[in-house]
Design a protein around this ligand. Structure first.
Ligand SMILES: C[C@H](O)[C@@H](O)[C@@H](O)C(=O)COP(=O)(O)O
Ligand code: ZN
Length: 215
């Protein structure tokens, strides 16, 4: 895909993320792997004001175009692309329920078989580090190797996938899981979970599930 079209897709993904109620204001950011680096949203700009020229190219060494300011979180997007050569798109947001679980410093356990969407039997929560720092990128690099979706403690969610459409879908699924988890925690501290063995069965079924169009 050419730069203009991919930049448009990034902006549309941001707008859809807000429409789905997954983000507020200028929080969050979106990127796609491109030309040995990535295209990423600019820092602190409302999504409705973005056009294709606002999207920033950051190369594989972290250099970016003069006169443009990439997302303050470009380091953790870069870390995802380094850690996961199989994934080409990253969505970050401050979705309400994901952020609430992250504040508790908890992973989302296997409360529903859909937890397998991340590729394992829970959605991990990586330790807190200040936004935009190399330390946060280091935690992300470790966490994303376990799961395509991770919570950032006291912060929000990262979801990475093969393309932007799937990354946004994954972010939405994890927010649904987090919503159930928060509601369950209000009732009990002993939330029932599925076994790791059952999640392995589900992961096997997911690998052949549906028509798998546009993988
Ligand atoms: C302070 C920022 O909102 C931070 O939380 C960052 O993680 C974020 O979500 C948006 O920052 P950018 O606009 O710099 O992408
Ligand atoms: Zn953030």
């Amino acid at each position: 895909m050419n730069r203009q079209a991919l930049s448009r897709e990034i902006i549309d993904t941001c707008l859809e993320m807000t429409r789905l109620g997954l983000n507020q204001g200028t929080a969050g950011n979106v990127s796609a792997r491109y030309n040995g680096g990535m295209l990423i949203t600019p820092s602190g700009m409302p999504y409705e004001q973005m056009n294709e020229d606002c999207i920033v190219f950051v190369d594989g060494d972290g250099h970016y175009e003069a006169g443009k300011l990439p997302s303050s979180e470009w380091r953790f997007h870069h870390a995802v692309y380094q850690a996961r050569p199989d994934l080409d798109a990253v969505v970050h947001n401050h979705a309400i329920h994901c952020s609430a679980v992250s504040i508790l410093g908890k992973a989302i356990p296997a409360i529903h078989y859909m937890v397998a969407v991340g590729g394992t039997d829970h959605i991990p929560c990586v330790p807190y580090a200040t936004f935009g720092t190399p330390k946060l990128a280091e935690y992300v690099q470790q966490g994303i190797q376990q799961s395509k979706a991770i919570l950032l403690q006291h912060h929000g969610l990262i979801a990475a996938e093969k393309n932007l459409r799937k990354a946004l879908w994954l972010a939405h699924e994890v927010e649904v899981l987090a919503t159930w988890y928060i509601q369950l925690l209000a009732i009990t501290n002993d939330v029932p979970v599925l076994s790791p063995q059952e999640i392995q069965v589900v992961l096997g079924k997911f690998s052949t599930y549906g028509l798998r169009i546009e993988d």
